[in-house]
Design a protein around this ligand. Structure first.
Ligand SMILES: CC(C)(COP(=O)(O)OP(=O)(O)OC[C@H]1O[C@@H](n2cnc3c(N)ncnc32)[C@H](O)[C@@H]1OP(=O)(O)O)[C@@H](O)C(=O)NCCC(=O)NCCS
Length: 174
C-alpha cells in the first residue's frame, strides 16, 4: 500500500457527474443485505448527487478529491477533462437538525474512494475536510449513517473517532 502522494479538494461541478457516477458504484461493494439491492443503493445516492449538481441543496456541499495538484476548495477555477479523470473520491456533506436538541449539525451523506486509491488516506482526508467544513459552520458534531455490514467503512470511521449512537432496525414484511 503506497501512500497517496497528494490529494487536493475542490467543490464538484456538473461536468464531474460521469466520474462521480463511476465512483458511486462502489457504494454497494460491501454486499447489501437481502432486502436492499445494490442498484437501489447506488441509484439512491446518485439521485442526491444529480439533484445537488443541478441545483445545490441548501446547507449541503459536494467536494471531490483529486490526485496530484488541483484547485483549492471553493475556488471557481476552470475544471478540465484531465483534472476530472484524476478524481479519486468524493464526499457529500449536509446540514441536519438533531432530533433531540433541534440544533443543526454536520452530516456526511455520501463518501466514496476509487478502488485503486483505497487504503492511502484519501477517505480520511475527505473526512477531515468534511469536519473542517462543519466546524467552519459553527457545528459541534458530525454524524453519518453506515450499513451494519460495511465493516471496512465502519473501521475507518471508528479510527477517526466516530462511535455508533442509535441503531436503525428493519424487517422485511411479507
Ligand atoms: C470506506 C472508504 C471511503 C475508506 O476510504 P479509504 O481511502 O480506503 O480510507 P483510508 O485510506 O483513509 O483508511 C483506510 C485504511 O488505510 C489506512 N491508511 C490511511 N492512510 C494510509 C497511508 N498513507 N498509507 C497506508 N495506509 C493508510 C488507514 O489506517 C485505514 O486502515 P484500517 O482500514 O485498518 O482502519 C472506502 O473504502 C470506500 O470508498 N469504500 C466503498 C464505498 C463505501 O463503502 N463508502 C462508505 C459508505 S458509508
Amino acid at each position: 500500500m503506497a501512500p497517496e502522494p497528494s490529494v487536493s479538494l475542490r467543490r464538484a461541478v456538473p461536468g464531474d457527474l460521469p466520474r462521480l457516477a463511476e465512483l458511486s458504484e462502489r457504494l454497494a461493494d460491501f454486499g447489501p443485505p437481502g432486502w436492499r439491492s445494490a442498484r437501489e443503493i447506488v441509484e439512491g445516492e446518485l439521485r442526491t448527487i444529480r439533484r445537488h449538481l443541478e441545483s445545490p441543496l441548501p446547507g449541503a456541499e459536494l467536494f471531490v478529491a483529486e490526485a496530484g495538484d488541483g484547485v483549492a476548495a471553493g475556488s471557481g477555477a476552470t475544471v478540465t477533462a484531465e483534472s476530472r479523470a484524476k478524481i479519486v473520491g468524493f464526499v457529500f456533506v449536509e446540514t441536519l437538525t438533531d432530533y433531540f436538541t433541534e440544533r443543526p449539525h454536520g452530516h456526511v451523506g455520501i463518501l466514496t474512494v476509487a478502488r485503486e486509491s483505497q487504503g492511502r488516506g484519501v477517505g480520511a482526508a475527505l473526512m477531515r475536510f468534511a469536519e473542517d467544513w462543519a466546524r467552519g459552520r459553527g457545528f459541534s458534531t458530525m454524524t453519518l449513517n453506515v450499513f451494519d455490514g460495511n465493516a471496512r467503512a465502519r473501521r475507518v470511521y471508528e479510527r477517526l473517532g466516530y462511535s455508533p449512537e442509535t441503531l436503525r432496525y428493519i424487517k422485511a414484511l411479507r
